[in-house]
Design a protein around this ligand. Structure first.
Ligand code: OAD
Length: 247
C-alpha cells in the first residue's frame, strides 16, 4: 500500500472513534448493541439517567475505568503519535474515545471531543474537571467538596459528554481553528474507526472537504458517511494507519 503523501507543508487532521481502540480490547459501541448489562446505554450515559440512578451510572463508569486501566495502545495509536512527531503543529487529532489511549501512546495534540474517563467534575457547580481514576461503589458515591463547603450537597459525575449534551465549545473551536489554518494548504483529513453516525463528528469530513481537504476513511466496514470521502480503505486501523502514514 502506498503511503499518503505527507510533505513539509501538509496539514493532517485525524478523527478517531471506538474502532481504533478495538484491537486494544476495548469493545466498540456497535459491538455492545447499545446495551450495558441489560441497560440501554442512554440510561447510564445521560443527565436524566444520572438524575434517576447515579449509583448505576457510577458503576458503569467505574467498570469502564477498571477495564481501560489495563489496556494498552495498539499500532494505530502509535502510528498517530509518530506522525505527530514529524508534523508538529501541522497535526491535530480529535477523538470520540474517552479511554485515553492516544495520550498513553504519546499523542499530545489531542482534542477529546466526548470527554475523558480519567476526569471527574461536579454535577452542579462549574469548578474545573479534575484528574480522577477512582472507582466508586453505590454505598460511597463521591460528593463535591467545593459545594459542601458552601453548604450544598452535590454529586460528582464523570467528565463525559452524555447523550443530549453539547460538546465543549472550546474543543469545537480548536478544530475549526485548525481547519482554517489548513485551508488553502495541502490538507489531509483521515477518519479512522468511526461509524460516521454520531454528530457533530460525522459532519467534519464535509467541512474539511469544503476547505479543500483530501479525505480518507480507514474503517473495518463502510461507515454511514463513507460517500463523503475521496478514499476508502477497509480493514483494521492497527494495520492501515501505520501503512498509510508511512511510520
Ligand atoms: P462505533 O462503535 O459506533 O463504531 C466503531 C466503528 O469502528 C465501526 O464502524 C466498526 O466497523 C469500526 N471498527 C471496528 N473495529 C475496527 C478496527 N479494528 N479498525 C478499524 N475500524 C474498526 O464507535 P464511534 O463511531 O466511535 O459517544 O461512536 C461514536 C460515538 O457514539 C461514541 O463516541 C459514543 C457513541 O454514542 C458518546 O459516548 C458521547
Amino acid at each position: 500500500m502506498k503511503p499518503i503523501h505527507l510533505d513539509d507543508s501538509t496539514f493532517l487532521f485525524v478523527l478517531t472513534g471506538a474502532g481504533v481502540s478495538a484491537e486494544s480490547g476495548v469493545p466498540t459501541f456497535r459491538d455492545s448493541n447499545g446495551l450495558w448489562e441489560t441497560h440501554p446505554v442512554e440510561k447510564v450515559a445521560s443527565p436524566e439517567g444520572f438524575e434517576e440512578d447515579p449509583a448505576l451510572v457510577w458503576r458503569f463508569y467505574s467498570q469502564r475505568r477498571a477495564g481501560a486501566k489495563v489496556v494498552k495502545p495498539n499500532a494505530g495509536h502509535f502510528a498517530l503519535a509518530a506522525i505527530e512527531q514529524k508534523l508538529g503543529d501541522r497535526f491535530l487529532l480529535a477523538t470520540q474515545n474517552v479511554d485515553g489511549l492516544h495520550s498513553k501512546a504519546g499523542s499530545k495534540r489531542v482534542v477529546e471531543m466526548h470527554g475523558s474517563l480519567w476526569k471527574t467534575r461536579c454535577s452542579q457547580c462549574d469548578r474545573a474537571p479534575f484528574a480522577d481514576d477512582a472507582e466508586y461503589s453505590a454505598d460511597k458515591l463521591p460528593g463535591c467538596k467545593a459545594c459542601s463547603e458552601k453548604g450544598t450537597l452535590a454529586l460528582l459525575r464523570p467528565h463525559i459528554v452524555w447523550f443530549g449534551e453539547n460538546l465543549d465549545p472550546t474543543d469545537l473551536e480548536a478544530i475549526s481553528d485548525f481547519f482554517l489554518k489548513a485551508k488553502g494548504k495541502r490538507f489531509v483529513f483521515i477518519a479512522a474507526g468511526t461509524s460516521g453516525a454520531v454528530w457533530p463528528a460525522a459532519g467534519l469530513v464535509k467541512q474539511a472537504r469544503a476547505l479543500g481537504a483530501e479525505t480518507w476513511l480507514v474503517n473495518a466496514e463502510p461507515s454511514a458517511n463513507a460517500n463523503d470521502f475521496n478514499h476508502v480503505q477497509l480493514g483494521k486501523s492497527g494495520d492501515l494507519l501505520p501503512a498509510l502514514l508511512g511510520v
